[in-house]
Design a protein around this ligand. Structure first.
Ligand SMILES: Cc1cc2nc3c(=O)[nH]c(=O)nc-3n(C[C@H](O)[C@H](O)[C@H](O)COP(=O)(O)OP(=O)(O)OC[C@H]3O[C@@H](n4cnc5c(N)ncnc54)[C@H](O)[C@@H]3O)c2cc1C
Length: 459
């Protein structure tokens, strides 16, 4: 039983948003039935993306629909609003929301009032003012980007296979990834593996014809798996002929030439930017306190510092790491923390509504697993270090156990099993990005957009 009627607003439908709402709807089931509590989730997409599966989706090992979780089905006792929070005035307990409808009606944002706020908009790619990056860079945070990149890589192979111009061929077969964290290393590892496999179906492309380059500003990659496993990953990638450049930065990719700080220049059509994340910019449009890196200042109970009835977790929140034994240390922005924080956050909202004492968030980082392509991986979990097939197997087993809902687990497992029995998919469906192009041509009109990744920009 709660003290008084509560409207809970959850901003974001990712890890934190979905898991918080899921736990709230379970723990407040009776209150929801009696109408004492109302949970509204505002999020731009009707699904939660299981980001650790994006590299495998890019490689074609998991279909895009299975790396996302439909929010309306999972959160069936919550109100789902597809839209974006553009501002929050917590002093007035009001959030401004834009939706497709408000855009179409031209009425501006709509105001939502709440009693408890969960702010979990996650992070966005941290970019730098590098010439050409905004025009040519490709991000790797969403399922659309992962599938777009897969289509793009296969399309580059098609271009290279059909052109007679060696310069075009060389640029099409050069793939530059910037950032040696999880996202960059896994995406590169999976895509290189997929392209190497696909090359056997091209009469004039050999795996050695492709240049895969990983550019990392620091002196190590994959810090999440520790120094030794990071060094192993460098050796393993170099053994696969991947050009790993440490202590090197991308200085420009203007005119489709990647210029690196070590003086190297690579004409390329593919620059994938995975050089870190920063908190979502919507946080700046709130009256809640942020730290110097833009994350919301939080307590170990996951409330926002100095603000009652405002909660945050995940990539957007600076949560003290109470296990670090060092004051000022924050929890890293990763799924391991986001998932566990969401549970404590939901419990603390329930405790607040019931006037009970709050729980403290406490979790010592357990280590990480990373996939580097089919049957290849690296792991450092609870002090155990694994390489190659065992690490890859552990990666799959771990993420299968973590991906939300039994339905998704079954579908992903079925896909992996079928992929073991049949050959890998190497088809590109890039034309899905422009579904009206063919009809527009047939109807005598002009296609509204150039075909994607057209070799010389001509149609
Ligand atoms: C390719 C890749 C691989 C990764 N692999 C791993 C891994 O193996 N292990 C690991 O621990 N971590 C991994 N991570 C990191 C992990 O996915 C993130 O730390 C985690 O998703 C953070 O959860 P979150 O809820 O804070 O943000 P998200 O899960 O990103 O959710 C944020 C949500 O807020 C929504 N949103 C944004 N703006 C607004 C707004 N204005 N209004 C309303 N909603 C908004 C977004 O659309 C999204 O739904 C990976 C990340 C990537 C990109």
């Amino acid at each position: 039983m709660v003290k008084e009627r509560a409207r809970i607003l959850v901003v974001g439908g990712g890890y934190v948003g979905m898991y918080t709402a899921l736990r709230l709807q379970r723990r407040l089931k009776r209150e929801l039935e009696r109408g004492e509590v109302e949970i509204t989730v505002v999020t731009p997409d009707p699904y939660m993306t299981y980001q650790p599966f994006l590299p495998e989706a890019a490689a074609g090992a998991i279909s895009p629909r299975h790396v996302v979780v439909p929010l309306r089905r999972v959160l069936d006792r919550c109100r789902i609003v597809i839209g974006e929070a553009t501002a929050v005035d917590h002093a007035k307990r009001t959030a401004t929301i834009t939706t497709l409808a408000t855009e179409e009606e031209g009425t501006g944002g709509q105001q939502l009032t709440y009693d408890e706020l969960v702010l979990a908009p996650g992070s966005v790619s941290r970019t730098l003012p590098i010439p050409g990056l905004a025009d040519h860079g490709i991000g790797f945070k969403t399922v659309e980007e992962a599938i777009g990149l897969r289509n793009h890589v296969i399309e580059q192979m098609d271009i290279a296979s059909s052109t007679r111009d060696p310069a075009i061929r060389d640029a099409a077969l050069t793939f530059v990834f910037v950032g040696g964290g999880f996202a960059g290393v896994e995406a590169l590892g999976e895509l290189e593996d997929m392209a190497r496999y696909a090359a056997r179906y091209y009469h004039n492309i050999r795996p050695e014809d492709m240049k895969w380059i990983l550019v990392e500003a620091s002196d190590r990659i994959l810090p999440e798996v520790g120094e030794e496993m990071g060094r192993y990953t460098v050796t393993e990638l170099r053994r696969r002929n991947i050009d790993v450049r440490l202590q090197t930065r991308l200085e420009s990719c203007a005119d489709r030439v990647a210029v690196l700080s070590d003086g190297a220049r690579f004409p390329t059509r593919t620059v994938v930017w995975t050089a870190g994340v920063k908190p979502h910019p919507v946080l700046a449009a709130t009256d809640l306190p942020r730290n110097d890196r833009g994350r919301l200042r939080c307590t170990a109970e996951l409330s926002v510092e100095g603000a009652t009835h405002a909660w945050a977790a995940g990539d957007a929140a600076a949560v003290p790491d109470v296990t670090a034994g060092e004051p000022g240390r924050e929890c890293a922005p990763n799924a391991q923390h986001a998932l566990r924080q969401a549970k404590v956050l939901a419990d603390n909202i329930v405790h607040t509504l019931r006037d009970e004492p709050l729980r403290t968030y406490e979790h010592a980082y357990a280590g990480s697993v990373a996939s580097l392509g089919l049957h290849k991986g690296v792991a450092h979990v609870y002090g155990r270090k694994l390489k190659g097939y065992p690490a890859w197997f552990m990666h799959r087993a771990y993420h299968l156990s973590r991906v939300p809902t039994f339905n998704r687990k079954a579908r992903v497992l079925a896909e992996w099993t079928l992929a073991g029995l049949f050959k890998r998919e190497i088809v590109s469906l890039g034309s899905l990005e422009h579904p009206r192009a063919e009809f527009e041509l047939a109807a005598g009109g002009k296609p509204s957009q150039d075909p994607p990744h057209n070799p010389k920009g001509s149609s």
